[in-house]
Design a protein around this ligand. Structure first.
Ligand code: SAM
Ligand code: SF4
Length: 533
């Protein structure tokens, strides 16, 4: 960096109803005025994103805000003058990935003392501020997820072109989540709207777009850190979401994924509106959502599906949504999925365990039978639907027999894919107070047993595709692997409607197109075929 180092305006975010974070210096708005000047040499930046799709979407907003402030993107972390780490705290291993890079960042800083490091994402919470500096010694600025829109302002980069909150704007609110305090996601719907108005979201793909519809999580999963890091649920206004989808269609996006920790509870916190007088909160599982007369995700799917081209086909060809909690999977939603041609035949529906006692301890508030009944309803309404899921093994008190029940469930449902992990206690969550009594080697054994079973189920499910023709939305150029290297032919990949990964020979120009592919071979995780058009 050629100019003076980037100032680090670690101004405390204004807090309503909460004590000020102990490490934060007192508010100094005059310092802000001092640093918002033209002579700050603009750093090149790199955003390192870990974890879920919501983080990827948030990173698009932060990268856009930095670019809007005039910063150029560095080709990699090593050459960047400003590193923004968007962290994941779902498991200790995800946090260790970042902690393990502290030494590397320290060496980079020795080579370039002007280097600045920002840590944001779920590792930064209201309740762990004191711990952060110890765990992440190379980080200059910590931002909670709800503070991300303040990024440019807190770095002193908030020039006229940088959208987002100025520090001090849009007072953060805090709510009690269990025994902890979490920042609500109140400000995020508004700052998303501002970022879109400034056209500053730097999307990672030109084919598929993330579209956040609800922030935070109100659920009660005892193992999960998300309600503490992301706070209670806040939905974006219905018309804002539909408008963003319309703009994406106009910009040529083929696929949109609606995002939220639990998209199925979208709308319950929005005001009632006569347009949605037919919506009734359905009680299926868990707590009843107050949805009466409010927009729900079913209405959202229908409205976005209703955006049509002049030929009458859906302007967004593939409308996905993730993640769905079984609580709020209503009949209205299942009907909307069945009726809307743009909604593909795939649903990710995390089950977490196949044992009622474990589900109860996890706070999931459904039983295995209730989950199986949902699966039946989905399969009856949407023939050929592919289901994928998340499972945690070795949760507190899980016996061998209870783990076997999870394997039984996998055999029964035959998910196409399962994202499985060993339970990792997260400090501050209710489960952290339960004994983590499944020994690590046993967790490992269970995880491997589950992955082996699922690999076989996945292989069999994929083999049923051999000989079929399927529509692939190409979104990546693939390096050839194994014997394909010999042919040297270019390869591409993408997903079909059922979300199966399909590889085939084809030029990079196919990226962004929907191609008919005949499936020739199948492995447990992907299909290989030949293009027909
Ligand atoms: N909201 C989604 C849901 O209801 O499943 C997913 C959120 S979470 C980011 C993604 C997955 O991480 C969860 O489905 C769960 O399987 C896993 N997970 C969360 N906390 C965990 C923990 N403490 N240990 C192991 N896996 C965990
Ligand atoms: Fe975590 Fe449960 Fe919320 Fe998913 S629904 S984010 S697992 S608390």
């Amino acid at each position: 960096m050629t100019g003076r180092p980037l100032p680090m305006l670690d101004l405390p975010a204004p807090m309503a109803g909460a004590p000020r974070a102990s490490h934060a210096p007192p508010a100094a708005p005059d310092r802000l005025a001092e640093f918002v000047t033209d002579d700050v040499a603009l750093p090149t930046f790199h955003v390192w994103t870990l974890g879920c799709q919501m983080n990827r979407s948030d990173s698009e907003e932060m990268a856009g805000a930095l670019a809007g402030a005039g910063c150029a993107e560095a080709p990699n972390l090593e050459s960047a003058e400003l590193v923004v780490i968007n962290s994941c705290a779902i498991r200790e291993a995800a946090e260790q990935k970042v902690i393990g890079r502290m030494g590397h960042l320290g060496r980079l800083r020795q080579a370039n003392p002007a280097l600045r490091v920002v840590l944001t994402g779920c590792s930064v919470r209201v309740d762990n501020q004191a711990d952060l500096r110890r765990r992440y010694p190379e980080v200059d600025l910590f931002l909670r997820p709800d503070e991300e829109p303040e990024l440019t302002a807190r770095l002193g980069l908030a020039g006229a072109t940088a959208p987002g909150l100025l520090a001090g704007e849009g007072v953060a609110r805090f709510e009690r989540v269990g025994r902890s305090l979490a920042a609500t996601a109140d400000r995020l719907p508004g700052t998303r709207a501002a970022a879109l108005a400034a056209d500053s979201v730097r999307r990672e793909s030109r084919t598929s777009a993330w579209l956040p519809i609800i922030y935070g999580c109100d659920k009660t999963c005892t193992y999960c850190i998300v309600p503490f890091s992301r706070g209670p649920e806040r939905s974006r206004p219905f018309d804002d979401v539909v408008d963003e989808a319309r703009r994406l269609a106009e910009a040529g996006y083929r696929e949109v994924t609606l995002l939220g920790q639990n998209v199925n509870s979208y709308g319950h916190d929005l005001p009632a509106d006569d347009r949605f007088r037919d919506v009734r909160g359905e009680r299926r599982l868990g707590r009843r959502l107050e949805l009466d007369g409010r927009p729900d995700i079913a209405a959202l799917l229908r409205a976005i599906d209703g955006l049509r081209t002049a030929d009458g086909v859906p302007a967004i060809q593939r409308l996905r949504f993730v993640t769905s909690h079984p609580w709020d999977l209503t009949d209205r939603l299942i009907s909307a999925m069945a009726d809307c041609p743009s909604v593909p035949e795939h649903l990710h529906l995390p089950v977490q365990s196949g044992d009622d006692a474990v589900l109860h301890r996890m706070g999931r508030q459904y039983t295995v039978d209730a989950y199986l009944e949902l699966v039946e309803r989905l399969r009856a309404a949407i023939p050929g639907i592919c289901l994928t899921s998340d499972v945690i093994v070795g949760f507190c008190g899980e016996t061998d027999a209870q783990f076997e029940h999870t394997l039984d469930l996998l055999r029964k449902v035959r998910f196409e894919q399962v994202f499985a992990a060993a339970f990792s206690p997260r400090p501050g969550t209710p489960a952290a107070r339960l004994p983590d009594d499944v020994p690590r080697p046993e967790k490992k054994r269970r995880l491997q047993a589950l992955l082996d079973l699922q690999e076989e189920i996945g292989r069999q499910a994929n083999e049923a595709w051999v000989g079929r023709t399927t529509e692939v939305l190409v979104d990546q150029v693939r390096p050839p692997f194994g014997h394909e290297q010999a042919s040297g032919a270019p390869r591409v990949a993408g997903r079909n409607r059922e979300s199966k990964l399909v590889h085939f020979e084809g030029p990079p120009e196919l990226v962004g197109q929907v191609i008919d592919v005949q499936i020739e071979r199948a492995g447990p995780y992907a299909l290989v075929g030949a293009r027909l058009n």
